[in-house]
Design a protein. Structure first.
Lengths: 191, 1093
């Protein structure tokens, strides 16, 4: 399995590690039982998938609501969608949205849960350059404005300058952690 | 390459064994049900055919309106293709079984055609023996070896004489048989008894007293080899039937002539005899009449004679009386004359007598003088004498002195005398004596004359008196004689009158007799004139009730087979469509790759086609074997309760097997090819790209904001999903609906049949015993019979009715119907409930405006309330009558009528022949006991039947119904399982990404389950709701198809059947959902991270 997937699996609480510990926000989630893990995913984690994973049968708004309905302190789905710039797309189905719009819905869905941690799996992987940038901007804005921890997991090292902290993995181990005191604005990043 | 593909295929099956098995199972179910149901009818027909062949059952029978003869048999034998011919005599008879009277069908048996299936004992070997049907011994106390008495009506033989039908009417039961001619429990109806035939009895031909047959049975060459229900058989038989029709004309003519001649010569003889008798009698009468006329004349003459005699007598008497009167008058004058004369005469006589007195004194003086003279003379003489004589003179002196003295004296005396005599002479009297004498004589004469006159008068008087007396006596005697003669005449006249009366009577009698004889003769002549050319009925097996209804029933099964499997095939098609579509879609990229590599469409499709083919063929073959062996047996077993046929022959029917598999292949392969073709239309590049997910769509509900807004989020999601996958939607609904319908139908069928009996014998027929009476004309005694029945402590209530077999004349309806005419209409509802089935509180009472008929009858003949029907009673009289109501009833057909109405329309007086009785609760032994007591203690009861016996019989039916229900439930359950499992399987694998995603989103397991399970539940609920309706329709169809003409299944489905249908479907759904829950739990969230393929 790819490290990327492993990271997502363990950070995201999809599975428990067989050995070692995963400590998130001071909690050792590797000791969590299945139900606790589900609770953790539910309340603490926001997930942004590479392929958006929107429910095709639900409208943009409904896709967000799908997530908020199970949370304790969700944000207003409509407000979030407005924030991500989809004010006029609330009632559109995913198939009626462009890739960028879909990813925005996905991000809105993750944010709306009001999670402690936003895990993004290659959020621009399926998007064109321009849309990718917009999404990254959105994620950065979310991070800054909502004071939300955003973790972007990507093979695209071109994105590293925009991050506050970059952890490099190779062959299954983190070999470098680098702090970015002054992250490059997204507009300046090229790939 | 080929092997690679096969390997790929096998691997595919291994990998997706669930899908493979579900396709296989649905095909198995579909094909199994189809094959089994389809095979049931041919299997049953084959069984019947084999059975009939083994007993050489007739192919054709000929019935003639005037009977059939050996000549007919000979003629038929010469018809082409006729194999065997056999004559038989058939009639209805009464068998007295102990105190019971049974109505039986009596027939002669043959060892050539219509052989009997011997169950026990042996076949009769002589005319004193008989065999009975198996049930006969079960239904009565008889066993083999017992003898029975058969009562049959006398018959007219060919010579026109009335003779006994049987040579021997007391026969011994030597065995029990099953007759192929009576495979159904229906033995037909009859005019005897209560109208129903109870059993059949076979006797040898030798026991029949006349040379005539009622039926001729024929088998046809080559017919045995053909199935009796096949068209070829029909054609073969029809050809022979036509030939028989062709010769029938000649045979009918011959029979007609035979009977005509025989009757005609009889009539001639009778005519002659009549004429002779008439002439003779007329002559006799004439003689008698003449005699009477003579007598009359004699009397007239007599009367005239008497009259004339009387007249003569009258005139004679008158003359005589006149004469007497004259005489009397004459006599009177004579008397008067005589009185005058008498007075004169008496005066004279007095004179004479005075004269005479004087004379007599004179004479006396004379006489004394004379005597003194004489004396003196004498003395002188004496003295003279003495003187002469004297001797002495003294003495002579003395004497002389004395003589002187005396002379002086004499002289004196003579002087005196002379004086006197002179005196007398002066007086004219010369001789005194003579004068005296003359006077005396004169007196005497006068006196005599007087006396004679007196006596003459007296004599005349006497004579007159005598004459008068005589006349009177003559008168009397004459009148007496006359009167007597008259009386005699009168007597004679009376006698004559009696004679005349007698003659009149005799004449009347004679006339009557002659009239009778003439009428008889006329009737005979009329009959002869009316003697129609006999009609021949050349009938095939279809006219045998048992055979026809069996074939009809198998056809019903066949029509069931048309409907049931459709559900399965439909589901199979839909399921393979979704399954294969998913499979093909899952391998979209692979297909694209193959296509890019240059494989042809066929080659790529082959894998999927083979996959489907294997699943279908394997499932189909298993299905066929299970179906062929299980279903026909169950169905045949059910019918075995009503029909006496051997164990069903299970045969492998290639046509059905092929048809079933081909149908399955069309469904499954068709849908496979369709999906493959759809996929392969795209070019490889498109195929290798992930398929664009099906766009979301607004559902109808959203257009109704009123509802949509009220739905919570999950409900909305579910609603969307439900409507998103149309195929799955349809499949689930059809599957679940099919499941529910089947279960409902199963339970409803069972329920309906199980309710039929308690309803019929508990709610509708409330009586417990039916008692048939020996005769109909008990009249006043009926109340005594009722009282006697009521004296049994178990019997609490009785109702006398007239029960008879009637017909309704409509189309060519052949339903056997019983007419019930209760004596006491007010009591009827205590025994039989007449009510509307749908509104059971709406009970009917009989009135004189019309009849009440039972529901099934109204359905069969399409009769509605208010319609007018033509009723034919058991005497064959037809009358029109109105139907006032239609009443609930489940077994047999009845018509209810008031006695007044019956009497009015049939113009007769109906009498009870049957009694219904209500008893207390009784155990079986008690019932037997009561039955026996009733039969043995009474002279008027001919049969006793308890309704509980019928109830018991149906208990067995119920056991078999349970099997049917189980088969239906298992089939339904399998259907539901396969469909629901397939649906969920498809749902999961198709939406695995979505499910993984929501898991990642933090849905708990049960939330994940309900996210998807809710759809299943909704679909299941919709399916069930549709199924409730479908169950209703299916049940109605199945009930209508299954029910016999004679019975009606209660079409009302009980709520319980619906509930069971729902519950059992839900249970299957839950099973599937539990499985789903666990497979959902197993879904790896990593799936969400995978790229879209």
């Amino acid at each position: 399995m790819l490290v990327k997937q492993l990271l997502l699996t363990y950070f995201g609480g999809m599975d428990s590690v067989t050995s070692g510990e995963v400590i998130i926000d001071g909690k050792n989630i590797s000791k969590f039982k299945k139900k606790e893990l589900t609770k953790y995913r539910r309340e603490d984690i926001g997930f942004v998938f590479q392929f958006y994973n929107l429910v095709p049968n639900l409208t943009a708004l409904e896709n967000v609501e799908l997530a908020t309905q199970i949370c304790k302190h969700p944000l207003n789905p409509k407000a979030i969608l407005e924030k991500v710039g989809l004010k006029n797309r609330l009632k559109n189905f995913p198939s009626q949205l462009s890739g960028g719009e879909q990813q925005r819905v996905a991000i809105a869905r993750a944010i709306a849960k009001n999670p402690k941690l936003l895990l993004c799996d290659e959020p621009t992987g399926a998007l064109d350059y321009k849309t990718g940038k917009q999404i990254l901007q959105l994620l950065q804005d979310t991070c800054r404005k909502e004071k939300m921890t955003v973790v972007i997991i990507t093979h695209n090292s071109a994105l590293t300058p925009m991050a506050d902290r970059v952890i490099h993995f190779k062959n299954g181990t983190a070999f470098d952690i680098q702090e970015n005191p002054n992250p490059t604005p997204i507009e300046e990043i090229e790939w | 390459m080929k092997t690679a593909l096969i390997k790929d295929g096998i691997k595919e099956i291994k990998n997706s064994y669930k899908r493979f098995i579900s396709i296989l199972l649905i095909v198995l179910l579909g094909v199994g049900f189809f094959a089994g149901l389809r095979a049931a009818s041919p299997d049953m027909k084959e069984t019947l055919d084999e059975y009939f062949d083994s007993l050489d059952v007739m192919d054709i029978q000929v019935i003639s309106t005037l009977g059939l003869t050996d000549d007919d048999i000979e003629a038929i034998k010469n018809v082409e293709n006729v194999s065997k011919v056999e004559g038989s005599y058939q009639t209805d008879a009464i068998v007295s079984a102990g105190d019971e009277e049974l109505v039986v069908k009596l027939e002669t048996f043959s060892e050539e055609i219509n052989k009997l299936n011997l169950v026990e004992g042996k076949l009769p070997e002589n005319q004193n023996e008989c065999v009975v049907e198996e049930n006969f011994l079960l239904g009565t106390d008889y066993s083999i070896g017992d003898s029975i008495k058969i009562e049959v009506e006398n018959v007219t033989n060919d010579d026109g004489e009335e003779v006994k039908l049987l040579k021997n009417d007391e026969v011994t039961i030597v065995g029990t048989v099953k007759s192929p001619l009576y495979i159904s429990t229906d033995r037909g109806s009859t005019k005897l008894g209560s109208g129903m035939i109870d059993y059949y009895v076979y006797i040898p031909k030798e026991n029949i007293n006349i040379d005539m047959y009622t039926n001729i049975y024929i088998t046809v060459d080559g017919a045995k080899e053909l199935n009796t229900t096949s068209n070829k058989y029909e054609d073969t038989i029809e050809a022979v039937q036509d030939d028989l029709e062709a010769i029938s004309e000649e045979r009918r003519e011959a029979r007609y002539n035979q009977l005509y001649d025989s009757a005609n010569s009889k009539i001639q003889d009778a005519q002659k005899e009549l004429d002779d008798e008439k002439a003779k009698a007329e002559k006799e009468l004439e003689d008698a009449e003449k005699e009477i006329d003579d007598g009359k004349k004699e009397i007239e003459d007599g009367k005239a004679e008497i009259e004339s005699n009387r007249n003569i007598a009258y005139s004679e008497f008158a003359t005589a009386e006149e004469e007497i009167e004259q005489g009397k008058a004459e006599l009177q004058t004579q008397k008067e004359n005589f009185e005058k004369q008498k007075a004169d005469a008496e005066k004279q006589i007095e004179e004479y007598e005075n004269q005479l007195e004087t004379l007599k004194q004179t004479q006396k003086q004379l006489n004394t003088l004379e005597s003194n003279l004489s004396l003196a003379k004498e003395t002188l003489e004496d003295l003279n004498n003495e003187l002469e004589n004297a001797e002495t003179e003294e003495e002579k002196n003395a004497i002389q002195d004395q003589i002187n003295e005396t002379n002086i004296k004499v002289e004196t005396l003579q002087k005196t005398i002379e004086g006197i005599e002179n005196e007398l002479k002066n007086q004219g009297i010369t001789n005194i004596s003579v004068t005296i004498k003359t006077i005396e004589n004169g007196i005497k004469t006068a006196k005599a004359e007087l006396a004679s006159g007196e006596s003459k008068i007296k004599a005349a008087e006497e004579e007159l008196e005598a004459a008068e007396e005589e006349l009177q006596s003559t008168k009397n005697s004459t009148y007496y004689t006359l009167n007597e003669a008259e009386e005699e005449l009168e007597k004679a006249e009376e006698e004559l009158k009696d004679g005349e009366k007698e003659l009149e009577k005799a004449r009347k009698e004679f006339e009557e007799e002659i009239e009778k004889a003439e009428e008889k003769l006329l009737n005979a002549k009329e009959d002869l004139k009316e003697l129609e050319r006999p009609e021949w009925y050349v009938l095939d097996r279809d006219t045998n009730t048992g055979y026809a209804s069996y074939v009809q029933d198998t056809d019903r099964v066949a029509s069931l087979a048309q409907v049931f499997p459709v559900v399965f095939f439909l589901v199979a098609a839909l399921m393979s469509l979704t399954s294969m579509a998913r499979m093909v879609e899952e391998e979209r990229v692979q297909i694209g790759t193959f296509k890019a590599l240059g494989y042809g469409k066929m080659q790529i499709s082959r894998k999927y086609i083979i996959y489907a083919l294997v699943a279908t063929v394997v499932g189909g073959i298993i299905g066929i074997f299970i179906g062929f062996n299980l279903i026909p047996k169950i169905i045949a077993d059910m019918y075995a309760m009503v029909y006496e046929v051997p164990e069903v022959i299970l045969q492998f029917n290639w046509d059905i097997a092929t048809l079933g598999i081909v149908a399955a292949l069309i469904c499954v392969l068709g849908s496979t090819i369709y999906t493959c073709a759809r996929q392969l239309r795209h070019n490889p590049a498109t195929l290798m790209r992930p398929k664009a997910p099906k766009p979301g769509k607004r559902v109808i509900l959203e257009k109704i904001p009123f509802i949509w807004k009220r739905l919570n989020f999950t409900a909305k999601v579910t609603a969307r999903n439900v409507f998103r996958y149309k195929k799955r939607f349809m499949m689930t609904i059809i599957g679940v609906c099919g499941c529910t319908s089947l279960i409902i139908a199963g339970f409803a069928l069972r329920d309906s049949i199980s309710r039929m009996i308690p309803k019929q014998y508990g709610e509708i027929d409330k009586y417990n015993i039916g008692i048939s009476l020996k005769e109909e004309n008990y009249g006043e005694d009926l109340s005594k019979i009722e009282e006697e029945l009521l004296s049994h402590e178990q019997i609490t209530n009785v109702l006398s009715v007239n029960l008879q077999s009637v017909k309704i004349i409509k189309d060519d309806n052949n339903q056997s119907i019983q007419l019930i005419v209760p004596n006491d209409i007010t009591k009827l509802n205590e025994f039989i409930t007449l009510r509307d089935r749908k509104n059971q509180n709406d009970t009917y009472t009989l009135d004189n405006s019309g009849v009440v008929i039972t529901e099934k009858l109204s359905q069969l003949l399409d009769i509605k309330k208010g319609d007018t029907i033509t009723l034919e009673n058991s005497d064959g009289d037809r009358r029109e009558v109105q139907v006032t109501n239609i009443t609930e009833n489940y077994i047999m057909h009845y018509i209810y009528m008031t006695p007044e109405l019956y009497n009015e329309i049939f113009d007769t007086r109906i009498e009870a022949n049957y009694v219904y009785a209500i008893t207390n609760e009784m155990a079986e032994e008690q019932e037997d006991e009561l039955g026996k007591t009733l039969l043995s203690n009474s002279d008027y009861i001919s049969g006793v039947s308890f309704t509980s016996a019928t109830e018991d019989m149906f208990a067995t039916v119920m056991d078999n119904m349970d099997t049917v229900v189980w088969v239906l439930i298992i089939a339904a359950g399998l259907l539901a399982l396969v469909v629901l499992y397939n649906l969920l399987n498809a749902n999961i694998s198709e939406r695995i990404r979505e499910l993984a995603t929501i898991k990642v989103l933090g849905f708990y397991d049960n939330e994940v389950y309900s996210y998807i399970g809710r759809e299943t539940i909704i679909l299941t609920i919709i399916g069930i709701l549709v199924g409730l309706f479908g169950g209703n329709v299916l049940t109605t169809y199945v009930l209508k198809t299954c029910e016999l003409d004679m019975t009606m299944f209660d079409p009302d489905i009980q709520i319980l059947s619906y509930i069971l249908g729902i519950v059992i479907t839900v249970v299957f759904a839950i099973i599937v959902n539990v499985v789903t829950y666990f497979s959902l739990k197993k879904i790896d969230m990593i799936e969400s991270l995978k790229s879209v393929e």
